[in-house]
Ligand binder design. Structure first.
Ligand code: 13P
Ligand code: SF4
Length: 321
């Protein structure tokens, strides 16, 4: 504990010395989220992380999350140094949508408007007309559909199917999945619900349709935290990465929260409701990034890709404003 405190103090001093700010996602470990809060940084969903980093006056952003979040920050703030605890924190959605294959797919449907989820590489964003996060995907697709656009959607198949169902739009969908949310299971959730008839079920839309069907609230991480506060139930069954419990419990300290069941048990599940890449963000790695920066921690996006990727990202931020 003493060691942890010393590490935190060292990070705080480095943040000051470098005029740096810590931007963390809700899925990072509680001590990272707490540190971001204590130091005037931000803990949020991916939409707000992008906005916060762009608007902050710091010279350096240290992004605790996964690679696409660091890249998004760099695309929007080229004048800032963007560091990450590790550049190896990937995302299965990003990995499952390689830029060359995606470009060929888009080229084969030139009359379609290309909408990509924020969980993609800078190169995939550069091929898109719109970037969306789960906070704003429904509104943007609804808007495009009402204007008669034919839409390509990538890469999350479950979020895509959910949006189609909600908006009535029909989209050409990439078939990617998040390894964390893909593991939530409807049958086991139904049983848990039956044992807890007084509980509300909160589901992130990267989960399978059969799980979403059982939800009282569906939404992005920030929308789920809001729902936890506003729903009348005292007990909540939550189908998203368990990192969210830190802020959700803070937002409603009197409520009881239960993890939704995943496909495996401790021995067999791939993620057990915690993203292995988010888990790579530790205090030591944050300290090292701030101290050394350089090749192993600094996000670089080549200028041509950056300029192209900035257009659909700014379109999203302007739509959200
Ligand atoms: P949001 O925080 O935008 O809901 O995204 C969820 C996610 O999976 C990020 O990795
Ligand atoms: Fe990607 Fe899923 Fe991890 Fe989010 S939780 S970073 S969507 S793999």
């Amino acid at each position: 504990l003493e060691q942890q405190q010393a590490l935190k103090d060292e990070i705080k001093a480095l943040l000051k010395a470098k005029n740096a700010v810590l931007v963390a996602h809700y899925y990072t470990d509680p001590e990272i989220q707490a540190l971001a809060e204590e130091t005037g940084g931000c803990v949020s969903d991916s939409l707000e992380m992008a906005r916060f980093g762009k608007e902050h006056q710091a010279d350096t952003l240290i992004v605790a999350g996964v690679r696409f979040m660091g890249e998004t920050s760099k695309i929007l703030s080229p004048e800032k140094t963007v560091l990450m605890p590790t550049l190896e924190a990937e995302c299965s959605l990003d990995l499952g949508c390689p830029a060359d294959e995606f470009t060929a797919f888009c080229d084969a449907h030139p009359d379609h408007t290309v909408v990509v989820y924020a969980n993609t590489s800078a190169a995939v964003k550069a091929r898109a007309d719109w970037v969306v996060t789960s906070s704003i995907a429904l509104e943007i697709v609804e808007h495009l559909d009402s204007e008669g656009h034919k839409i390509i959607w990538a890469p999350d198949r479950h979020l895509g199917a959910y949006i189609e169902k909600q908006t009535g739009a029909s989209m050409l969908r990439w078939q990617g999945a998040c390894i964390v949310h893909d593991e939530f299971r409807a049958k086991a959730l139904q049983e848990l619900k039956a044992q807890n008839p007084d509980a509300a079920v909160l589901v992130h839309p990267e989960s399978p349709a059969s799980v979403i069907e059982l939800a009282d609230a569906v939404g992005s991480t920030s929308q789920l935290i809001k729902a936890a506060q506003t729903l009348p139930q005292q007990k909540l069954i939550v189908a998203t990465d368990k990192g969210i419990f830190y802020k959700m419990q803070q937002a409603c300290p009197d409520k009881e929260m239960v993890e939704a069941p995943t496909g495996g048990n401790g021995a067999t599940c791939r993620s057990c409701a915690h993203c292995p890449w988010m888990a790579m963000n530790g205090l030591v790695a944050i300290r090292d990034a701030l101290k050394d920066g350089g090749k192993t921690h600094e996000i670089q996006v080549d200028e041509e890709t950056r300029i192209k990727a900035m257009i659909p990202l700014e379109r999203m931020l302007n739509f959200a404003a």
